[in-house]
Design a protein around this ligand. Sequence first.
Ligand code: ADP
Length: 498
Amino acid sequence: MPVSYVLSIDQGTTSCRAIVFSASGEVVGIGQKEFTQHFPHSGWVEHDANEILHKQIDCIKEAIKNAGIEAKEIACVGLTNQRETTVVWDKSTGEPISRAIVWQCRRTAEIVEELVAITGKSGKNIGESIREKTGLIPDAYFSGTKIRWILDNISGARKLAQQNKLAFGTIDSWLIYKFTEEARHVSEASNASRTMLFDINKLHWDDELLVAMNVPKSMMPEIVDSDSCFGHTREDLVGFRAPLIAVLGDQQAALFGQACFEPGMFKCTYGTGSFLLGNIGSKKTIVNGILTTVAWKLKNLPAVYALEGASFMGGATIQWLRDELGIIKTSEESEQLAQSLEDNDGVYLIPAHVGLGSPWWNPHVRGAILGLSRECDKRHLARSGLEAIAYQIKDIAYEMELAGVKMSELRADGGAARNNWLMQFQADVLDIPVRRNDQIEATAWGVAALAGLTSGIIKKDELIKKQLDKTFLPEKDRKAEYKNWSRAVRSTITFANH
Ligand code: ADP
């Protein structure tokens, strides 16, 4: 029996997925299951780590069944996951001591405000040390203060942690621990670099930051290469024993899946939020308002870094027009509405419903629509919503350019990238070609590709060749409109700062 399929485990924020890929990169079977989102208080978001585990197991079985193959035909496994989400479990029982705190959860915003002002062992303030050592901008989004919250608020947790009885992991680490026979407590650098506790220069946990966040080092997973053997899948759980040999956080996996292997190559994933990541090679660059993060750390090679900008309302802007305003029935409808206008008639929608991400990092600002007149209708809202997705990416690219990092083309994926009008507008606003990857699920494919390369099933040349896509070339000069957008954002921020 040929053992030639790669299984990709894709653990996302709202659903678990598993995809079986053939050695030539075709999707042969998918399993997908949503899981419960818990919102115990305003701004709080939690997941049940055991529910994620069990749904993920179901998805794997479903994907294999849908592929029409036998479980034993899986040669190797890759894992990609929602990042930053924090699980703490008891080392003796393997059971989580609380629900997982999700990346979106804002409960530690005050802890972050206090943290950045304190002076660390190095004599610098911790806010500065976080920026320098981790490449991140201090925020409740990352794992560090979430671990602290659990230790300070779950009964008995602090004591257990001091007795070396607790383990922390992001979702990758939790699933590796549960899925593999070896039950190792490990993670890798693309996930570790999202914790605010990991020095991305030295590639280890940072003592000063651990002390500042009051997190014992004994809780932290061992960091291994992203293409290591993390263990072998438990046959009793998933029905086969195969090596888990590739792990990457979701955005870094998409960067890999888009074959952005060389410095200067950028991708943007247009999902609920939009994530622009650029490979910057093995030399770190710091850009105002933009995160620096580890893209991957492969065996016998230096770490590869990425610049990352995120806007929280990408496709979610269109979802809002559909679900809350009810002006469209499907997200796809936005394309035809936007197209039906010659231009935006001066209407700008600022989708700051949950604050603004990169490069603004302003949690207080809220959304706005500017420039309305009596002739405006839903076409203007659809168009300004789509334009906003593209302008937010331009804001990130603009900051990068000021720091000397220029994009020559952008590779696009994610649900909203299906919108042709948006892709064309993005090419116009950035004034560079936008290449859409039509064939593959970039995130799931990213770790499948890394697993396939590691095991020798897939060759790198084939992977680069595989980028079948549609290219949108810049057609129209959008500089004047972009200037108006910038003014609109500034006035919205001014309104919030009142
Ligand atoms: P996620 O992985 O974050 O759940 P997806 O990649 O599945 O997201 O993309 C879903 C998002 O893309 C939704 O917010 C949806 O509104 C948006 N979307 C999907 N299709 C379109 C479209 N044709 N035009 C605009 N937005 C779209």
